[in-house]
Design a protein around this ligand. Structure first.
Ligand code: NAP
Length: 351
């Protein structure tokens, strides 16, 4: 059996950190050897530091790992980061400068023009930005949870018909705000019409994801405009977006449905461990997708699309839904790491 790559998780006690631990439990290519969090948790075995908030038990192997500080030297070869953005900014840059590959789920380096922002099915070519620092370390990021599910739905349409403009309105789950997140008194019997920085993140990240990467740099942003309005709703897990897309080519609704149904990318071709067989599951029922029923499609790694139709303005409109802490966060970072390994990129610290 080949030796598994040793992983350190930063922000291990949080909503996304716990998902990393759950998804890495029994993973054939990775083994978790280091966990880090805030000074509140440091010096304590993970089993005591972390209140486990996912269904099922905390994996036994994680309980005895003593939580450390998110700084080198770390007892691992590759770092998975789910730190809050302001904390992640200097921590990830320092670790990459120390030679660690850093696979980040945080927002702080996503728009850095030297750093790839990657969804393996959408823009794997952006990994040409790996040589970003003077040393061998690097940062690879995945997009914001909403940008990921919208980008996955747009990818086949842009590839086949050319996207001209996108408008979207989201209904985002509570776990997207981390723990303890939004106050119960604010969200009960309510919809919150504002999520700080979310709309800017979605619009900017879609621009970068569909931009052109060439010769180790991003040479152009997406050739279409995006308008996003984001809302928080009283759903535990699973973000939903209502999307309106104008296409450049003349196509009908059957062409669009076929593009969704047949969409695949390198993770499916290379049979990566976390890849769902179909990254987009097209639902034909009039009342799907729904968060409770569809967030676990493809083990939480597939995006569900439904309610597809052409509207009176000529735009195609549909709903897209995905699990925000799996495909929208920990699973997205893990798939990026699997793609790097499959492409022969060594996920080992080189000082
Ligand atoms: P969270 O539940 O609030 O967890 C935050 C984690 O960071 C905890 O492990 C916490 O440790 C640690 N931490 C906080 N301050 C720290 C510090 N100064 N030094 C070291 N560690 C510190 O947040 P989350 O939802 O997991 O989100 C984590 C990151 O993922 C954020 O950047 C977020 O934007 C991004 N993200 C989240 C989602 C989602 O759906 N939740 C989706 C996409 C991206 P302690 O327990 O010790 O305080």
């Amino acid at each position: 059996m080949t030796q598994r790559t040793r992983v350190g998780i930063l922000g291990a006690t949080g909503m996304v950190g716990q998902r990393f631990i759950q998804l890495l439990d029994g993973h054939p290519q990775f083994v978790v050897t280091a966990l880090a969090a805030s000074d509140r948790s440091q010096g304590t075995p993970f089993g005591d530091a972390c209140t486990w908030r996912l269904p099922g038990a905390m994996p036994q192997w994680a309980r005895s790992i003593v939580v450390g500080a998110p700084s080198g030297p770390l007892d691992c070869d590759v770092v998975f980061s789910s730190l809050p953005g302001d904390v992640a900014e200097p921590v990830e840059a320092t670790l990459a400068d120390q030679g660690y590959p850093v696979i980040s789920n945080s927002s702080s380096h996503r728009m850095d023009e030297r750093v790839p922002l990657v969804i393996p099915e959408v823009n794997p070519d952006h990994l040409c930005l790996l040589e970003q620092r003077s040393g061998p370390g690097f940062i690879v990021t995945n997009p914001n949870c909403t940008a990921i599910m919208v980008a996955l739905a747009l990818a086949p349409l842009h590839r086949m018909f050319g996207v001209e403009a996108v408008t979207l309105a989201t209904m985002q789950a509570l776990s997207g705000a981390g723990y303890p997140g939004v106050s119960a008194l604010d969200i009960t019997d309510n919809v919150l019409p504002y999520i700080a920085h979310e709309e800017e993140k979605v619009e900017q990240e879609l621009g970068k994801l569909f931009g052109t990467a060439d010769g180790g740099q991003i040479t152009a942003q997406a050739a279409f405009s995006v308008s996003a309005q984001c809302h928080r709703v009283a759903v535990q897990d699973g973000h939903v977006a209502a999307v309106w897309v104008r296409l450049r080519n003349q196509v009908d609704v059957n062409d669009v449905a076929e593009a969704f149904r047949t969409f695949t990318g390198p993770p499916q071709e290379m049979k990566l461990h976390s890849a769902p067989p179909h990254p987009i599951v097209l639902r034909s029922e009039r009342d799907r997708p729904q968060p409770r029923l569809d967030r676990d499609a493809g083990g939480g790694m597939a995006v569900s699309v439904g309610r597809l139709k052409r509207d009176a303005t000529g735009a195609f409109r549909f709903l897209t839904l995905s699990h925000n802490t799996i495909r929208g966060a920990a699973g997205a970072a893990l798939l990026n790491a699997e793609l790097l390994l499959a492409r022969g990129v060594p996920l080992r610290r080189s000082p």
